[in-house]
Design a protein around this ligand. Structure first.
Ligand code: SF4
Ligand code: FE
Length: 494
C-alpha cells in the first residue's frame, strides 16, 4: 500500500500517543500548532509517492514483497537506490525547507538489515518479517539511537540511567528502561526502532539492544523539544508558511517488547556493524536534505536582493554564486559517497564511508557560510522588523508597509530568519552541526579510515626514497617500467 497524505494523517489520529508539549498533554497532535507543521513535512513524503512528477523517484520495487513501496521503507538493493535517495531528499528539502524526518528510519532499516544478517538466524528472520509489515503498511519509523549519555568519560554500566537498557528478560519479551533524545519526527511516527547509539564492549550486553515497538506502547512517553520562536508557528510570522521539523525526547518506563520484535539482544559485533553502517548512510543523507534546504535559503536571499534593488550588483551576484556553490559541494559529496557504493553480502549496498563522513563534515561548516551570506544580503531589518500582524493592522499597517516595503520583502525576511536561526525543528545550523554526529565523530572516522601508509608510500617513491616493508611493490614496478620506456634495455626488462 502507498498511503496518501490524508491516510497518513488519519493513521496518526488512530494512535493513543502520550505526548507532552510545554507541560501539557496533547489530545490530538495532528491539530496542534506546534506539531502540525512537522506532520505536514512528513506528509510530503507520502504526497511525492503519488505525484506523477516524482512517483518514480519516491517509490521503489521491494525485493521483499514484490510490491511498489515508498522509498523511505526500501532497502538499498541496487547502487542506484543510494543515488535516488539523495535526489529524493534534495527534492523534499527544497519542497519543505525543513527536516522531513523520515530518513533516520530508512537508514536505520538498512543498517539493521545488514547487522541482523551478520547476527544470523532468528535475528534476521524476525527483522525481515517486521520490515515486510512496515513496507506493506507504509509506516513512518522513528530510528531511535541517541542516548542522553551523561558523563562521556564513563561507560554505560557506570551510569546506566543515561542509556536505554534491558532491565528484565521474560518469557514474553524483554523490558526496556531509559530515554532516547534528539528523536527526529518521533511524534509523527507509527513505530519506534530503538538501536544502540555506539559500539558496546563485553559486559555491556544489556545496552546492545535493537527492537521495535508502536509509538503508543504502554510506558512510552514523548516530550516535544522547545525552540525560542516556537510560539510563532501557525501564525503570520512563522517564516515557513506550512512546514516544520520536529525533535522529541522519548521516555521508556519499563516498556515490554515481545521477542518477535527484538532484533538484537547483546550481539556485540552486530551492534558495532549497525552503528558504523548507520553513520555512513545518515552522514551521506545530509548531502541530500541540506542542499535542498539551502536551495530555499538561497532563493530567499535572491528574492530579497531583487526587493532591495541590488540583484545586479556584482558583489551580490558573487555572494549568491558562492552560496549556490557551497550547496552543490555538499550535494556532490553525498552523491560521490553514494556512487562509490559497495555491496554487503546481505544484498544491501553501502555508501563509501570516507566520503560520507567528508560530506557530513562539510555540512557542519558550509551552511554557516551560506547563512552568513544570506544574512548579509537580507540586512538588519530581518531582525528588527515588526510582526506581519502589525503590517496588516488597519491603522498602523499602511505606514508600516512604507517602512518595511512589499509583502514579498517582509515574508522573505521572515523566511531567512526562520532558515538561519528560527524554529524549523532545531535551527538549521544546529542541526547541520550535530545531526548525524557532531564534527569530532566524523574526524575520528576519517583518521581511522584514511590510508595513511599509502599516502606516505606515494611521497617516499616520488622523493626517490627506498621502499620499506609493506610498501606497494607494484607502484615501484610501474615506476621502473615508465622510466625505462623507450630505452634499449626496456624490452628485456619488461
Ligand atoms: Fe532526513 Fe535530513 Fe531530517 Fe535527517 S536531518 S531526517 S536526513 S531531512
Ligand atoms: Fe537529522
Amino acid at each position: 500500500m502507498l498511503r496518501t497524505p490524508d491516510q497518513y494523517v488519519r493513521s496518526l489520529q488512530a494512535r493513543s500517543l502520550v505526548l507532552y508539549v510545554d507541560g501539557e498533554r496533547v489530545a490530538d497532535p495532528t491539530v496542534h500548532p506546534r506539531v502540525r507543521p512537522a506532520i505536514n513535512a512528513v506528509a510530503a513524503t507520502y504526497a511525492l509517492a503519488h505525484d506523477p512528477r516524482t512517483r518514480e523517484l519516491a517509490t521503489a520495487q521491494s525485493e521483499l514483497t514484490g510490491a511498489r513501496v515508498n522509498r523511505f521503507t526500501h532497502l538499498f538493493a541496487q547502487p542506484e537506490d543510494l543515488r535516488r535517495k539523495l535526489e529524493l531528499q534534495r527534492v523534499l528539502g527544497r519542497l519543505t525547507g525543513t527536516c522531513f524526518q523520515r530518513c533516520v528510519g530508512m537508514d536505520g532499516i538498512n543498517s539493521l538489515f545488514i547487522a541482523t544478517f551478520e547476527a544470523g538466524g532468528e535475528h534476521h528472520e524476525r527483522f525481515v518479517r517486521w520490515l515486510r509489515q512496515v513496507q506493506r503498511d507504509d509506516e513512518v519509523i522513528d530510528g531511535a539511537m541517541t542516548d542522553p549519555k551523561g558523563n562521556r568519560n564513563q561507560r554505560p554500566p557506570q551510569q546506566p540511567e543515561h542509556y536505554l537498557r534491558v532491565v528484565e528478560r521474560r518469557p514474553d519479551g524483554l523490558v526496556l528502561r531509559g530515554a532516547k533524545i534528539h528523536q527526529t519526527g518521533a511524534a509523527n511516527s507509527h513505530q519506534i526502532l530503538v538501536m544502540p547509539g555506539m559500539a558496546m564492549r563485553p559486559g555491556e550486553e544489556d545496552f546492545a539492544v535493537a527492537a521495535a515497538m508502536p509509538v503508543d506502547a504502554p510506558g512510552v512517553t514523548m516530550v516535544l523539544g522547545r525552540q525560542p520562536s516556537d510560539e510563532r508557528k501557525g501564525g503570520p510570522d512563522a517564516g515557513n508558511a506550512l512546514y516544520g521539523g520536529q525533535e522529541v525526547v522519548i521516555l521508556f518506563d519499563d516498556v515490554l517488547v515481545p521477542w518477535e520484535r527484538v532484533f538484537l539482544d547483546g550481539q556485540l559485533p552486530a551492534c558495532t556493524t549497525l552503528v558504523e553502517a548507520f553513520a555512513g548512510f545518515h552522514r551521506a543523507s545530509y548531502g541530500g536534505c541540506k542542499p535542498g534546504n539551502l536551495d530555499v535559503l538561497i532563493g530567499a536571499a535572491a528574492l530579497l536582493a531583487d526587493e532591495h534593488g541590488v540583484r545586479r550588483a556584482s558583489h551580490v551576484r558573487d555572494k549568491l554564486v558562492e552560496m549556490a556553490h557551497l550547496g552543490e559541494t555538499i550535494h556532490g559529496l553525498g552523491l560521490g559517497a553514494s556512487s562509490k557504493a559497495t555491496r554487503h553480502e546481505s544484498g544491501v549496498h553501502q555508501v563509501d564511508p570516507l566520503l560520507a563522513n567528508v560530506c557530513k563534515h562539510h555540512v557542519t561548516r558550509l551552511p554557516y557560510e551560506v547563512v552568513r551570506l544570506a544574512e548579509d544580503i537580507a540586512g538588519g531589518l530581518m531582525a528588527t522588523m515588526p510582526s506581519l500582524a502589525d503590517l496588516e493592522h488597519p491603522e498602523i499597517g499602511p505606514a508600516l508597509r512604507t517602512v518595511v516595503g512589499s509583502d514579498e520583502r517582509a515574508r522573505a525576511l521572515r523566511l531567512v530568519e526562520y532558515m538561519s536561526y528560527g524554529a524549523g525543528s532545531v535551527p538549521l545550523r544546529i542541526e547541520c552541526m550535530h545531526g548525524a554526529g557532531s564534527p569530532q565523530a566524523q574526524r575520528i572516522v576519517l583518521e581511522r579510515r584514511i590510508d595513511w601508509a599509502r599516502r606516505v608510500d606515494a611521497a617516499r617513491r616520488l622523493a626517490g626514497l627506498p621502499a620499506r616493508e609493506g610498501d606497494d611493490a607494484d607502484d615501484r614496478r610501474l615506476d621502473h617500467q615508465i622510466a625505462a620506456a623507450g630505452q634499449p634495455e626496456a624490452a628485456a626488462t619488461k
